[in-house]
Design a protein around this ligand. Structure first.
Ligand SMILES: C[S@@+](CC[C@H](N)C(=O)[O-])C[C@H]1O[C@@H](n2cnc3c(N)ncnc32)[C@H](O)[C@@H]1O
Length: 227
């Protein structure tokens, strides 16, 4: 079992403005650990919305601290600072980038990302609340997702095919309000194979982890086809 990265260097004050790892974070860690054989040879990892940096530090434990490049974006400057500290505390060289989704990284990362991860703001709110959170919210940016909880996620879904390397895998946290089956259909139309690899109820939330890859991904296609 891979230990959960330490965030004990972060204070209650930090978690006033940065998303504290919670059940959604931990379900995502479990899905990544479940796929650790698939992921361990990744060379470029990109986490969108890294918050505390806990998820990327965990990826560092799977892929090896010096074996991959770890890029971590967030809109929240406090999150970028906490991500850097979590990298240092867990001996994983995390590279925080303060930007909207993939920002200026996208052209350079075309078909280069082996492991892409997003635990997005997925809570259903009205669009104004999500828009305002994206513009000048701090902690609200962590959860306010607009209609269907999909306003931010949909913008990333448009970029996934361009980002993934031939063996690239994308993990997304979703809840039923986000219509996970519809997300799978929409990504199929963009040429990506998707499946729900983990589901867990946590209080009122029913968390899903969706995993996407190219249909020709040798290991995922083989696994899906059975022995
Ligand atoms: C639910 S939190 C997840 C944090 C962390 N990855 C985890 O799993 O604990 C969502 C994160 O996405 C960030 N975020 C929201 N909108 C974003 C955007 N447009 N671009 C980059 N990051 C964004 C938030 O600031 C927040 O840190």
């Amino acid at each position: 079992m891979i230990p959960t990265p330490s965030t004990s260097h972060l204070s209650a004050d930090d978690f006033e403005s940065v998303y504290e790892p919670a059940e959604d974070t931990f379900v995502l860690l479990d899905a990544l650990e479940q796929d650790s054989d698939l992921l361990k040879s990744s060379r470029v990892c990109l986490e969108i919305g890294s918050g505390s940096g806990c998820v990327s530090a965990f990826l560092g434990a799977i892929c090896g601290p010096s074996s991959a490049l770890y890029l971590c974006t967030d809109l929240n400057p406090h999150a970028a600072r906490c991500t850097a500290l979590t990298g240092q505390s867990n001996s994983v060289p995390l590279n925080p980038v303060l930007t909207d989704l993939t920002g200026a990284l996208l052209p350079r990362l075309k078909h280069a990302v082996d492991c892409l991860v997003f635990n997005p703001p997925y809570v259903e709110t009205d669009d104004d609340e999500a828009f305002q959170a994206q513009e000048d919210g701090v902690i609200e940016r962590a959860w306010a997702g607009g209609v269907g909880g999909m306003r931010v996620t949909n913008r990333l879904l448009d970029q996934v095919e361009t980002l993934l390397s031939p063996r690239g895998v994308f993990y997304l946290v979703a809840v039923p309000e986000n219509k996970p089956l519809q997300i799978l259909d929409e990504m199929r139309a963009r040429g990506l194979h998707g499946e729900i690899t983990l589901k867990r109820r946590a209080g009122r939330e029913h968390l899903h982890i969706l995993r996407f890859s190219r249909p020709e991904h040798p290991r995922i296609t083989a696994a899906a086809a059975g022995p």
